[in-house]
Design a binder for this molecule. Sequence first.
Ligand code: ADP
Ligand code: MG
Length: 238
Amino acid sequence: MPQIRLQNLVKRYGHLEVLHGIDLQMAENEFTVLVGPSGCGKSTTLRMIAGLETVSDGEIFFGDQPVSQLEPKDRGLAMVFQDYALYPHMDVAHNISFALRLQKRPKEEIKAKVKEVAEIVGLTDYLQRKPGALSGGQRQRVAMARALAKDSEIFLFDEPLSNLDAKLRGQMRAELAIMRQRVQKNMIYVTHDQIEAMTLADRIVVMSDGYIQQQGSPEELFKHPANKFVAGFLGSPP
Ligand code: ADP
Ligand code: MG
């Protein structure tokens, strides 16, 4: 059974239709990357899955369950944005454990969880620092750790590396690939960066202008692009 399925997903803002009927199936624990130029509808798709945007037409399924009427908090997912959205007055440990403390989980459990995820993202030595005293890459790690701490089944990433400089982005890309091996969960990752898409994805979904152009494994799309747009975007040889 596919874990996440989008069926004829349409988004309209007033009279303007920005997504024209997206059909997509993701297998369980697959790392799916939505890639395409700015404005093609990647964030809108992700925000609909998260419940941050209403669905104009079509349906989203998690397993057998239609979820488009569920509140974001009832969808069991964690999301990482490009702007981190950290709490500036809290140290790293408290940022990471924020959701767990809201849920009033036992102190010992919270402590163990913070330790576990800090280790995964390489923040063990920074738990007492405030976000203002961290680099961009470290802040992004905190945002990742906070998402991981929630123990969700579904992780959504919207261009998490796009605010980093090229060198750091390369390093974080490699770390993400390692993190992904350790955390076998459903992950949907949005980027306009072809290299990020090619290195991280089990399945790549190439979008343009509110349509899916092609989907498949990175190798499949690179070797057998369905059209000129996909070939040009992924840099396939002519
Ligand atoms: P991407 O993430 O691929 O850059 P988006 O999903 O953010 O693209 O946007 C897709 C299209 O929807 C764009 O043309 C954008 O201008 C439009 N759009 C996004 N949000 C709104 C909104 N709140 N109102 C009207 N149009 C919007
Ligand atoms: Mg976007």
